[in-house]
Design a protein around this ligand. Sequence first.
Ligand SMILES: Nc1ncnc2c1ncn2[C@@H]1O[C@H](COP(=O)(O)OP(=O)(O)OP(=O)(O)O)[C@@H](O)[C@H]1O
Length: 581
Amino acid sequence: MGAILTYLRIMWQFSPPRTVLFFTLLILSSVTEGVGLILLVPLLGVLQDTGSPLSGPVAHLVSALKSLGLPLTLTGLLGAFLAVTVVRAAIQYSQTIVSEHFRLTLLDALRAKSFDAVVAAQWQWIANSKRSDLSNLLITEIDQIGSGLFFSIRFLVSTLSILAYTLVAFSLSPGLTAIAIILGAVLLFTMRGQHERAQRLGRITSDANKHVQQVIEEGLAGLKLTKILGNEDRHSQLMLDIRTTLRDRTLGFVKLNAATGFTFQILVATCVVLFLYLGAQTFALPIATLLVLIVIFARLAPQLRHIQTHINQISFSQAAFNNFNALMASTARSSETVVDEPQSPPLSFGRAISLRGVTFRYEGRKASVLNDITITIPFQKTTAIMGASGSGKSTLADIITGLLSADTGDLYIDDVLLTPDNRLAWRRSVAYVAQDVFMFHDTIRQNLLWADAAATDDDIRVALQKASADFVFNLPDGLDTIVGDSGMRLSGGERQRIALARAMLQKPLLLILDEATSALDVENEARIRRTLDTLHGDLTVIVIGHRLPTLENADQLIVLEKGQVKSAGQWHDIMGQPNKH
Ligand SMILES: Nc1ncnc2c1ncn2[C@@H]1O[C@H](COP(=O)(O)OP(=O)(O)OP(=O)(O)O)[C@@H](O)[C@H]1O
């Protein structure tokens, strides 16, 4: 019941007017259903020509029909019955469309909300998250929530129908209906163990779905390694195991639903037989009333069974809903508190970027990765950062771009302290090219336009030339060449040069190259070096790397060792040899 209330709350929070419309249609549908049923009593009376006195709501309805000028003949009553049925069908038609539209837009909003929450989370949260769990939540679990919503709506439809039938039955035979209500309540109570089982099955199926997503994503991403190691069979076996687990879980739930339906059908049929026997023998009801009660019970029985399976389905979807809530809570705690409007201008600077006593530790790690870093990156100069693998160079770059925030210490852009409020504005001034280049499965042009959607072909040409990536123009499809998954159809060096061109299109104030020339051959590395030379004096550049040729033209060299600045100064002071600048 708690889950249904939760779904109702979500519906209300999403759109109060649509919730009101949905419930209005639901109530109208039940009322017309009840009226149609009550109409059957005089109709059957006329058919049988019993002339037995009418009482309760039947009498009220008949006098209402009389006052409307409707003759209480067979034709008049059949006409009224047909009219009520048509109205009910029209209401049910609208109700189906309204509720499905409501459900789908609500689901869409939940998907967008969770995706936006992930995008707005701090980089460290994103880096620590399991990609496959996130995609499972955004695709499969949201679909599960959609099914929970669907069955909550069906539950409400069935409940109101049952209510309408019960009210009509009560007006025809209060004693008999009272017995039916008590028996119905006992039935529902005895079945509650099924709901707990459904909830448990929902939880384990949700875990199995996560695992499937992980195996599929990692399997596809690691296919090259799989083939080289000859591990195709191992991979297929892994997939088979997880598919079997998922199939067994799903089958378990199907069996649970089928068992619920089986038990319920028998119990309900027994009750109906009992009622009709009591109605005819003990309560001695007139035949018209008895016939209507038969119609009511015949309709009531499947509705009761549906309600059971609906509750099972809703309980099953509970795990997905809990995961969604956990994600929203976790992203809310780790959200970048950005006051800055996305359209505000990039944060500019004209003197230096300064880090003062910056310390940083990754969550779950005992030791700090960066310790008391105090450095200055001068405006329009080139700074090289060197250090052994794991010394903290990339982490330092992430702090400078504002992707990570220091645990202690400050980052100043000229005299402006970097805070959550101006972090986005600062990031718009920074271009970052990493060793692993990310590319969309799209054309080279679209990959470049990601940096500046308004760039013209001329802008693109200039950027490609600057980045020594004019090989693009020799490709058969030129800018319209599809790069493949993550740029797989290009060489590592080609990807790096396109990434550099993309950074150029951004027209940044600070360009960070994090091992960005590691995949280049000597000739292309020399060309990039020449590009950097032409940018020298116009752009502030940070080059992170191990390879001396790319670094040696820097104005300043910072050497990191185990997260600390080992030395900082001019190249020749540290390396004992002169450079060009
Ligand atoms: N997301 C993370 N969570 C936990 N620890 C991390 C994370 N990213 C990096 N580290 C750890 O932080 C340390 C510094 O990593 P970093 O990538 O900054 O080093 P680096 O100097 O750039 O190394 P390389 O030259 O090999 O790229 C390493 O010990 C690494 O294991």
